[in-house]
Write a protein that binds this ligand. Sequence first.
Ligand code: F6P
Ligand code: MG
Length: 485
Amino acid sequence: FTPPYPPYDPTDKSGFSYDTVVRRWPVILTSVVDALHKTCHNLSLQLDLGDQANNDHVKRRIEEGKGIIEKVSKLKFDLNSPRKIPDDGEASVAVYNTELQGLADDNRNTWFTAPWLFAECYLYRLLRSYFVQTEHWRSYDPFYDQKMKTFQQSGKSIFHIAKTMHEIGVSEKDVQSDPENLRVLFSEMIQMCLWGNATDLSLLTHMSQADIHQLQSVGKESHAARKKFILRDDEETVWNYIRTLKDSRLDFILDNSGFELFTDLVFADFLITYTPYVSKVVFHPKLIPWFVSDVTPPDFRDTFATLSDASFFPLSTTELQVENEYLQEMVSRWKKYLDTGVFSLSVPVGTPLGGSTSSQPAEFWTTSRPYWDMETEAPETFSQLKGSDLVIFKGDLNFRKLTGDVQWPAWTPFSDAIGPLAGSFPLLSLRTNKADVVVGVSKETAEELDASATCLATSPVTTQEEVHHKVLILGGGVTGVIAAR
Ligand code: F6P
Ligand code: MG
């Protein structure tokens, strides 16, 4: 599918991609170097002169770690053309290198001229190759500690949501006796799941702890207050569609680990436990560390262990004992769902919590390819999703891939912007806006927003970064759906 508009790229210095290349990537790469330094330092403390075999092993690991640090540091200052990804034995090398060659033929193969979507995905895949080519760092996730640390700071919201779920359970009969009750709860749940996407570590290069907390605050008032930030809301269409289902299968194309994944699990749990419409949920993670905070299979697995550990959240003091019981009640139900296949993770055999699929369907999520060509470029992924009654694409990057990250006018209908994917399977995008591409918004709203963005840009205290931050983060969430088969 060839869209009628060009992709976003950093040649436009007022766009978010330019800001990303010059400012955000260096911060992210520095965080990778810091994580490696820390791990190498901790390893050096383990050197025990008595155990020669162990020492040799640790020393080799440290040496390799230093090699990766050198490569990442070089990358940070390399503003020339990206090189081919080496044949490291992992997925999608040819996909990336062919696209890179196409860009080179077109003289657009530098960090500052390549399409943003391609360049950014390429960067994370290239990073991965540095680790894969070693002996001792193949399963190392340089973002793991960051993900865990931020998750740990989400305790307050997590306990609050666990309490809400417990209360729904207590009044289960009332809830189910009146469809209106279910609709209201559905609304709370989908909003929670949408706003869960606002906590994203690749953007936390300039967000304070208070900002995070604000974004995670849950409950009727905060949702009502945020309503005005929702640019496109197809919630009613989604609900009317879900109500036609019976014992159906939902798929989540996951985005971020930590709080967002928690909200995905809660939403899935709600639909399974308290409605007759859904009986199975398949979660799709990334197989490699991706865009800092995305869910990998180990993240998914560790989420359950973490939530079961009462000491993980610094807040779990005695006052929160009851809330913690509610949390444990919910997490035990999730574990049961995992054991019985009600919840499953779509990963190749052999991965933690691995299922029965081959690796191909999951590999597609870490290419840079737009989703409109999924049927031809990733037939296994496509046919897997064809079996779903609703595919929920979480987050900003999935939205960019759904729309190809091209410069659609904001009032382009969502169903046009996703090209041939429209009509393939029922799909829903739950996205808080962190990039330039926007579709499905009325012309009037788009113009109003552009005007207020100009206002922000001219106000005295705002730096260019803050403008992006405010407009893109607070600029609203989008829910778009095509719920017809
Ligand atoms: O580099 C910025 C950014 O890549 C977004 O523009 C991108 O889509 C986002 O980070 C990740 O957001 P999310 O986790 O919601 O996909
Ligand atoms: Mg993400």
